[in-house]
Design a binder for this molecule. Structure first.
Ligand code: ZN
Length: 233
């Protein structure tokens, strides 16, 4: 099983810093084409990630497409392609910023990136996509107090469940920042899985609260993508 980490699927705006967070829609399309040719199947969101026995599926050709932050460009540029290939995706949203913009890093990145609103998220759920929590405000969880971290982890789950009417069972650490205490909090909050930014395939020994992903950036051209996908570590 492989999980991929994406951010924006779009052309980067001129003024944006860290342009590698943007993957061009044409490149995204080619990546999904390759995955389908290699025989990778997606999980079905309707069945839900949780109905998949992760342990039994480590070796299977299952792909989890994950998107951090829940940008509006997902609906415009990623969703149609994902549907075209019959795949699904997990989108990690920042619960306090739904329908807003990337308040946590727009100054650093020099660009306001708009985020999907509730209507978008409800539409995706109806289509079998999975929404996960990416906290309330996208902080570095190890750099705030334990109480604050717990609130970010617990309340984002409750808030999303209230607003979306589905169980929120997957979590993603903002900036990939976590430690054992944070992972424990995520487990205790009732999540079933948590994704990191550690690069690699999901192996059978993997801790469910420290899942790796293959990091995809704007410069992940096709040869590199294929190499990352087929290599066995
Ligand atoms: Zn993020």
């Amino acid at each position: 099983m492989i999980a991929y980490m994406y951010h924006n699927i779009d052309k980067p705006p001129k003024e944006a810093k860290l342009k590698t967070l943007y993957l061009k829609p044409s490149m995204f399309k080619r990546q999904l084409y390759i995955l389908s040719k290699l025989g990778y199947k997606s999980i079905s969101g309707k069945d839900n990630l949780l109905n998949i026995d992760l342990e039994k599926n480590y070796e299977k050709k299952i792909v989890l497409l994950t998107f951090d932050d829940g940008y509006k460009d997902f609906i415009q540029n990623a969703y149609p392609t994902i549907e075209e290939y019959g795949y699904k995706a997990i989108i990690f949203v920042v619960a306090n910023e739904i329908g807003n913009f990337n308040r946590w890093d727009y100054k650093v990145l020099n660009v306001k990136k708009y985020l999907m609103d509730l209507e978008d998220l409800r539409f995706l759920i109806k289509k079998g996509f999975i929404i996960g929590s990416h906290t309330l405000n996208h902080p570095f969880l190890t750099k705030i107090s334990k109480e604050e971290a717990k609130k970010e982890i617990d309340y984002s789950k409750k808030l999303l469940e209230d607003k979306l009417g589905v169980a929120i069972e997957t979590f993603c650490y903002p900036y990939g920042d976590y430690n054992q205490d944070i992972a424990k909090m995520v487990e205790e909050a009732g999540y079933k899985y948590a994704f990191t930014t550690k690069d690699g395939k999901i192996k059978d020994s993997e801790d469910r609260f420290q899942l790796k992903r293959i990091n995809i950036f704007g410069n992940t051209y096709l040869p590199k993508f294929i190499l990352k996908t087929v290599r066995s570590e």
